[in-house]
Write a protein that binds this ligand. Structure first.
Ligand SMILES: Cc1ncc(C[n+]2csc(CCOP(=O)(O)OP(=O)(O)O)c2C)c(N)n1
Length: 368
């Protein structure tokens, strides 16, 4: 196991002092250490991993230095375009260090959404011409090599990081006065839904909690599409579902997911499907992977939603306002709801016990 702070200090001593990325559960300790020890100007939690590559490219242009992109391997898809058409040696040839959390490493049990990504993590890097090493206890030599490689070749270099590589480094969650936890808000929403309403829910603990709420109530899972992977695409999945059914489709998104592909809201707003009911759980954090903040505390989401075409934006932070909000969403074609919750989840929160294919089949049967 690598001492997280010593790893961080070694990076800083080596002159690597700019970080950008999307947090990952497997890198939660490292992300916490970076957050606690780096000036905010030099640690940017980006909307998606591609933005982080682009930002490190820009940082290199103005400083000549190599930045670090931290990310889960799920984000490899998001970095393909800026790696191949910006940082690649055949284009601008820009060095940067990719720290990639390896979910779904072959031979280790992981959730279905990580299995294929885990299998192709290294071969995707190879296909993109990105040289890499799998990080181990010999990290000082590996980092020294990476830095030398980047300086000599002016190319990106990746360190792929297995589960359990970094020692524990905890940070206290941001304080918040909002009364509800996400799971309580979800329970309140589900209380108000009818047996005909469909849910499309976002990646991370939102979908895990919805699964467990349905289990507790013996309601089955046929009404719910759990977006276990594909972070940021929940609203577009829900939009697609809404096209083929007259049922109401309640999209339950998270702020990190909303930000990841925020352009989707502009397209939804411009088309305003009448049976798509958009709900955003804004806990101002990537709570599912360690609670690193998103930027939603500093932006005005209701104004964004209004500018996208939603005439009524309900902001709810307690059970009664959520219940009222669901009624308004039902009655209006042009409303959406932002729910403010505080961070936190149960220690014993499980994972869906049915497979994605079972989930899909049950939902499609329901939608027939
Ligand atoms: C492309 C991609 N990048 C990163 C992740 C890792 N990840 C899973 S859930 C999550 C946080 C989601 O945050 P948010 O939408 O705000 O929901 P919350 O966990 O706060 O409820 C992240 C970063 C991922 N699954 N996919």
């Amino acid at each position: 196991m690598i001492d997280t702070k010593q790893f961080y200090d070694f990076l800083i001593e080596s002159g690597v002092d700019f970080f950008a990325g999307v947090p990952d559960s497997l890198l939660a300790n490292l992300c916490a250490c970076i957050k606690e020890n780096t000036p905010a100007s030099n640690n940017i939690i980006t909307a998606n991993e591609g933005n982080a590559v682009a930002m490190c490219a820009g940082y290199h242009l103005s400083t000549g230095k190599c930045g670090v992109v931290y990310m889960q391997n799920s984000g490899e898809g998001n970095i393909v375009n800026p790696l191949l058409s910006l940082a690649d040696e055949d284009v601008y040839s820009i060095p940067m260090l990719l720290l990639i959390g390896w979910r779904g490493e072959p031979g280790k049990h992981d959730e279905p959404q990580h299995v294929k990504q885990g299998k192709v993590t290294l071969s995707l890097l190879e296909a993109m011409g990105v040289d890499y090493a799998v990080l181990d206890d010999n990290y000082k030599d590996q980092l020294s090599y990476a830095i030398k490689y980047m300086n000599e070749n002016s190319k990106p270099y990746a360190l792929v990081i297995k589960k359990g590589t970094f020692s524990s480094y905890a940070i206290a969650p941001e304080k918040s006065d909002y009364p509800l936890l996400r799971e309580q808000a979800l329970e309140t929403i589900i209380d108000k839904l009818s047996p005909d309403d469909i849910i499309v829910s976002t990646t991370g603990k939102t979908s895990r909690e919805i699964f467990e709420i349905r289990e507790r109530r013996n309601e089955g899972h046929a009404n719910d599409f759990l977006t276990v992977g594909s972070m940021g695409h929940t609203s577009s999945i829900a939009y697609g579902v809404s096209i083929g059914t007259d049922k109401n489709v309640f999209c339950i998104d998270g702020d990190g997911s909303f930000l990841m592909h925020m352009g989707a809201m502009a397209v939804i707003g411009a088309n305003m499907p009448k049976n798509l009911k958009y709900i955003l759980n804004d806990n101002q954090a990537h709570e599912s992977v360690g609670g690193q903040p998103t930027c939603t505390a500093s932006i005005d989401i209701p104004s964004i939603m209004k500018a996208c075409g939603f005439e009524k934006v309900i902001v709810a932070a307690d059970e009664i306002s959520i219940q009222d909000g669901i009624e308004i969403l039902r009655a209006s074609n042009r409303a959406c709801m932002i729910i403010k919750t505080r961070q936190g989840s149960r220690d014993d929160l499980g994972r869906p016990t049915t497979t994605p294919i079972e989930n899909k089949t049950a939902l499609m049967e329901k939608l027939k």
